[in-house]
Design a protein around this ligand. Structure first.
Ligand code: DGL
Length: 261
C-alpha cells in the first residue's frame, strides 16, 4: 500500500501518474484541504503538518510514501525520512534529474511556492547533478489559489494574465526547461506553455511518481484500490478532482480530523 499526501488537490497529478504506472497498487491519498496553502507557511509549520499527514497515512500500514507536494518535499522530507523506515519519495530530486538531463542551454527555470523558493531545494538538487547549470527560480503564489478555486480551465483570462505576469521574469533568460515545482501547476500548464513557448515543462509530481514506481513498483501488487481523505469538505474536493485525474472523478473522499495525529 502506497501513501500519497499533498496540501490539497495538487498531489493528484502524482497519483494519476502512479495509477497509470502501477494499476494494481493499493493507494491511500490524503489532501490537507483544510490547511491549504502550505506554500506561504513557514518551514517549521510545514514540518509539523507533514509529520501529522504521514502519521495519518501510517495508520493504513503503508510500505512506501510519495510526498506529492513541492513545499513539503523541500522542507520536511529529511525529517520524515529520519522517523520512518519505509521508502519515502519527494518531488525535488526526480524533477531536478529530468531537468538536468533535458536542458541544452544549461539554463533551467523553476516555478514554485514561496516556501519552496526560500528553501533553495531545486537549485541545490539541479546543481548537485551539474554545477554548470544555471537555475532561475520564480515563486508564483497565486497559482495554487487559482487551481484550488477552479480557475484552471484552458483559456481562463484571469489565469492567462497571472501566468503572463509571473513568467515574464524569465524573459531573455534562455531557459529551455521549466520545472513545475509545485504539484498544482500541471493543471494550468496550458497557461504556462502559452507564456513560455518552446520551453519544455516538467511536472514534478509525475517525475516523482515515476521514481517511486521504478524503485518499489515490483512490491505493489494489490487490488488497485484508491482511498481519498481530506480535512475540509469532501464535496468540494470531489468536484475539483476530475481535472487532475484525466476526466471525471468517480471516487469518494472522507473528511478526517488531522489534529488527532
Ligand atoms: N502542491 C503543493 C506544492 O507542490 C503546495 C501548494 C500549497 O499548498 O501552497 O508545493
Amino acid at each position: 500500500m502506497i501513501g500519497v499526501f499533498d496540501s490539497g488537490l495538487g498531489g493528484l497529478t502524482g497519483l494519476y501518474e502512479l495509477k497509470r504506472l502501477l494499476p494494481d497498487a493499493d493507494i491511500v491519498y490524503f489532501g490537507d484541504t483544510g490547511r491549504v496553502p502550505y506554500g506561504s507557511k513557514s518551514a517549521d509549520t510545514i514540518i509539523r503538518y507533514s509529520l501529522q499527514d504521514m502519521a495519518f497515512l501510517s495508520t493504513f500500514g503503508i510500505d512506501a510514501a510519495l510526498v506529492a507536494c513541492g513545499t513539503a518535499s523541500s522542507t520536511a522530507l529529511e525529517e520524515l525520512k529520519k522517523r520512518y523506515t519505509i521508502p519515502i519519495f519527494g518531488v525535488i530530486e526526480p524533477a531536478a534529474k529530468e531537468a538536468a538531463e533535458k536542458t541544452r542551454t544549461g539554463k533551467v527555470g523553476v516555478i514554485c511556492t514561496q516556501t519552496t523558493k526560500n528553501s533553495g531545494s531545486f537549485e541545490r538538487a539541479v546543481r548537485r547533478l551539474d554545477d554548470k547549470i544555471d537555475v532561475l527560480t520564480v515563486a508564483c503564489p497565486l497559482f495554487v489559489h487559482l487551481v484550488e478555486n477552479g480557475f484552471s480551465k484552458a483559456g481562463d483570462t484571469v489565469t492567462r494574465e497571472v501566468a503572463r505576469r509571473y513568467l515574464s521574469a524569465f524573459d531573455g533568460a534562455g531557459v529551455d526547461v521549466l520545472i513545475l515545482g509545485c504539484t498544482h501547476y500541471p493543471i494550468i500548464s496550458w497557461a504556462i506553455a502559452e507564456a513560455m513557448p518552446g520551453v519544455e515543462l516538467i511536472s514534478s509530481g509525475r517525475a516523482a511518481a515515476k521514481a517511486l514506481a521504478d524503485a518499489v513498483g515490483g512490491t505493489q501488487s494489490g487490488a488497485g484500490t484508491v482511498r481519498f481523505y481530506v480535512t475540509d469538505s469532501p464535496e468540494s474536493f470531489e468536484s475539483s478532482a476530475g481535472a487532475f485525474m484525466g476526466g471525471d472523478f468517480a471516487g469518494h473522499a472522507e473528511q478526517i480530523d488531522i489534529s488527532k495525529y
